[in-house]
Design a protein around this ligand. Sequence first.
Ligand SMILES: Nc1ncnc2c1ncn2[C@@H]1O[C@H](COP(=O)(O)OP(=O)(O)O)[C@@H](O)[C@H]1O
Ligand SMILES: [Mg+2]
Length: 491
Amino acid sequence: MEVVGHVYEESGYYRPDSFDVVLREGESVEPGEFLWVAAGGRKVYYQVVEVVVRRRPAAYDEIMLKTGRAVRDEESDFPRARVEQVGYVSGRRLDSYTGLIRPHQEVYRAEEEDLNVLLSWRRGEASGPTVLLGEVRPGGLELRLRAWDLMRRGLVVFGGVGSGKTTTMLNLVVRLLDEVRAAGGTPSALVIDKDGEYGPVLSERFSAEVLDASSLISSGEGEDVYSRLRDLLGLSGSSREAKALKSAVMSTLGGLKGSFDRATVSAILEKLKSSGSNEAASLAALIRGAIDSIPEPREGVPANSLDGVVSGRTVVIDLTRVDDWDAAYLAMSEALQACYRRALSDRSFGLLVAMDEAHLFAPERGGVSLAEDQATKILRSTLKIVATTGPRNGMTPFIATQRPALIDKTVTTQLGQNVVSHRVEDVDLERVGEIIGKMAEAVRLFPEGRAVVKSTAAPLPRPVVVDVSAEVFPASTGWTALDRWLGGSGG
Ligand SMILES: Nc1ncnc2c1ncn2[C@@H]1O[C@H](COP(=O)(O)OP(=O)(O)O)[C@@H](O)[C@H]1O
Ligand SMILES: [Mg+2]
């Protein structure tokens, strides 16, 4: 048993929930590391949340430093660690210790057997499929997340640009789908892929269908086909031809609205042919003369039938070629709503929705969106409904975002039961701290691929530091102007 230090409180007050540990000479610990003390006849576990060296400043320190003479006096340096209580294991439960902690008590380093107790789903417990996330630091024990909890509450991945959030999301999605298949299940997954990072990997791995977002057609309300045609033909509203047109449109569409394209107009022409009146015949001639200025019907997948397309498979909505973002937002909203209606009515349909760069699609007030206000509002409200009520009804969102402060708070709070946070910018740290507590500070210094994980799907309710294991990597993207100037061939 390795004694790393002793319990010490500057204030003289000792509380069981949190205290400082003065580290013994030569010992070091890192944020996230587990320690223990013997109390109440048990091993009570603690976790390091901060490491500091304290040295009282001397009056001459600054003068010495100014003249280039550093006082390297390790005798006067006092390394300390702040720890927070994890609890003690009693049977299969983790309980909190509320008894006394004695000043100057020994503090021990947790060893592999301790970590096994804390970080493994207990043997014999019916845990169902679990998904590998990565290796716990320090110690290197595997951290696996329970699929049941992830699907019951959803997931949010935070991280600044290049911190590893897309890699984490992609690997979790791949492993989750693999585990479900291995357990004999047939998962359905919809991935919203803004930068074309998921499509290539998922289509190779799962023969995912990659749908260009601009081929996703929202039914919308339709247009007033009657007025569009009447204006195009230059008919006055009171003319006989206009009246014939109105009745032909009505009998074709069951109203005046529909999609204004050649398919609709051909159907109207058929009606006119069968009517046989003189007005109908002259109107039909007019329409044929103008047919070139009527758009071809759009080809694609109706957004409101996406539930059928995604059922039992993986579909990636690729947003890289979108030029009309309003239309794309509305189509995504409609597609998600169709899936949600299906999930509510069909108990054999369950869906994972993975959405990267989610702050763009569900922005908090004052955030950024790629679409105008109206379309943004509609998509955000759909996403809020899915985040708050979806998981309990068979539709679970996993989101990733680089801007925790700019995404709708309802969404992150709902999904905040399962958080993986990589390094984030200081402006976003506060929001991450609200969700995972003091350990959030540690992420500031993380290299890519490292994260703090706080998750009901993990065996331990405390946040743990993990190096995410990556087997697959996002397809490379982001060909900047510089890459183009230098003549790169593109990813
Ligand atoms: N878990 C990981 N293991 C190893 N390398 C990683 C890991 N996560 C990220 N990286 C590296 O960092 C790069 C950026 O990661 P990415 O997931 O695209 O970041 P983000 O989505 O946060 O911008 C990746 O291309 C990869 O080289
Ligand atoms: Mg990314």
